[in-house]
Design a protein around this ligand. Sequence first.
Ligand SMILES: [Zn+2]
Length: 242
Amino acid sequence: MGCRAGRNRLNEVGRGRLTSNQCGYWRNGLGSARPVFGASVSRGRPGRRAVALTFDDGPSPATLDILKILAEHKAPATFFQCGQNVLRAPELSQAVAAGLHEIGNHSHTHPNFALESADRIFTEFQRAQDAIARATLKTPVLLRAPYGVRWFGFRQMQQRLNLTGVMWTVIGRDWKLSANAITDRVLANTQDGAIICLHDGRGITENPDRRATVEAVRRIVPALLEKGYHLETVSQLTAARR
Ligand SMILES: [Zn+2]
């Protein structure tokens, strides 16, 4: 799930000012966060007509609907999965891993890590890392913090688990908006190098209603391709940044 400050942050980042927000971390106009909470990226290399679609909080049954749409367009995406969801439905993670896609770590149980201990932070990401690796035989190299909230302990955890943090350039607010509104919002704010944040789950809910997201993805993917964007995984999009 996204952070309430997403829209404000997007506007501030767009103006290129060093700024903070209520999620409690710092970033600058280049899209790189200060390393106090560990290395992170929020957009790709400039000057390329490429973007990355990302999906958080899966896997869930809706993941299969999204995979089907992506396959129709031969479009890769990045899925930030919760370990507990992976343990419940490893076959869904395997379906993602079997495609062109990348899987990142979104913690085990999707807590808000503000004020949490370094041990708790490490354990949460280590458990998700193990669950994803066991299900897919691939070890993630990316993480996204639940709610976008990073905290003391992230830098150490990222170093130990060899994970780079990924935020976003555009957030669809698809946990509350209609398919129309999600589509309009994403298409209006997407530029070269954008990392677009959507959701194929809802925290660790077993079978969340993601119909608005699925319908939005059905419109967004062909629209982006028509605008000339290449769709890439986050690792592909950010290769020169990390
Ligand atoms: Zn989330």
